[in-house]
Ligand binder design. Structure first.
Ligand code: TRP
Length: 332
């Protein structure tokens, strides 16, 4: 097993990102022969952005990943723009990518619809670069969120079409998704995913929120008006279910175990207190390590330099095989 995933350097990372992605990356380090994680700054340039801000957010994201437990000795952790094999393969793969398929991507439609700024060609070809990210390392497994299913399907099609036309050069990867139900919802609008862009500020817990803020947000979470209060999971109780899901994920127990642990609770206040405590316990060590790491940008650049070197070495033989198969460049 060879794991690859990419993470955007934009926005602040929230509890949903931590449980649904970052924590799974950390686990991947022990499950896979090789795990490769990339902060995708080239993808971030496809929408309006500020260059100085991009650098800051990249360091923030890297520091969160390291603080959460990604170990540059045990995984390859790098910045996308440091490894030119990624955009190079993206160009080469664009020749086996169907324009019609790109035109059907939900993410492109969502991000371009109603866009008042430039809709860039980069936004359109975003999924080709994403395919290149994974295929250039011959990764077998790609941990992502449910929102990336269509991109993963396209990536598989691209690899298959390449192999059918030029020979068996690329590995067709598989997406791995968070278990059903383990979706963290907005605390104020528990029928919507927790999200930096689409959610409510009060209903979103950030990885770097101080304990008092976490406690406040969870204590104000929407539950329901059942009287007497009923602490169980169910589609008719989205707020309570979300708190139980968060409690279970934070403690590393099942949903049923989380429900059972609340059997003696007197009301929703007890559920919120237990959930807040579990989340604070989960995130405090990450925040503390982040605060140590983030100011030392020179050290962060050293981590990235080591990662870039390893990622370039991993990509080089694949790029050589692709160029040879496609008949471009100097023959072997
Ligand atoms: N598109 C992904 C997201 O928005 C980020 C990403 C870029 C990625 N390249 C990738 C994810 C390669 C997995 C593999 O979340």
């Amino acid at each position: 097993m060879r794991i690859f995933s990419g993470i955007q350097p934009t926005g602040r990372k929230h509890l949903g990102n931590y449980i649904g992605a970052i924590r799974r990356y950390v686990e991947g380090q022990d499950q896979a022969a090789e795990s490769i994680y990339c902060v995708v700054d080239l993808h971030a340039t496809t929408v309006a952005y500020d260059p100085a801000e991009l650098r800051e957010r990249l360091y923030d994201t890297l520091a969160i990943l390291v603080a959460a437990g990604l170990d540059p000795e045990r995984c390859i952790l790098f910045r996308q723009s440091d490894v030119s094999a990624h955009p190079e393969l993206s160009w080469l793969l664009s020749s086996v990518t169907s324009w019609g398929d790109l035109n059907r991507m939900h993410q492109f439609k969502d991000k371009s619809a109603g866009q008042r700024e430039l809709v860039s060609a980069g936004l359109f070809t975003y999924p080709v670069l994403m395919a290149a990210d994974v295929l250039v390392h011959r990764a077998t497994h790609v941990p992502v969120g449910d929102d990336q299913r269509q991109h993963i399907e396209l990536m598989r099609d691209i690899a298959e079409r390449f192999n059918a036309r030029f020979g068996e050069v690329l590995v067709v990867p598989e997406g791995t998704y968070p278990p059903v139900g383990a979706r963290i919802m907005d605390l104020q609008e528990p029928t919507r995913k927790m999200s930096t862009t689409g959610g409510t500020a009060e209903g979103t817990v950030y990885v770097l929120d101080p304990p008092k803020t976490i406690e406040k947000k969870i204590k104000r979470a929407v539950t329901d008006s059942d009287d007497p209060p009923v602490i169980r999971a169910g589609a008719d109780k989205p707020g309570v279910t979300n708190l139980l899901e968060i409690l279970a994920a934070a403690r590393g127990i099942t949903l049923a175990e989380a429900e059972a642990s609340m059997a003696d609770a007197r009301g929703y206040g007890d559920l919120k207190a237990a959930t807040a405590e579990a989340v604070i316990e989960l995130l405090t060590p990450v925040r503390e390590r982040y605060e140590e790491l983030r100011p030392d940008e020179r050290r962060l650049e050293e981590i990235l330099a080591v990662g870039a070197e390893k990622a370039a070495a991993s990509a080089a033989p694949v790029i050589a095989d692709v160029r040879e198969a496609m008949g471009v460049g100097r023959p072997r």
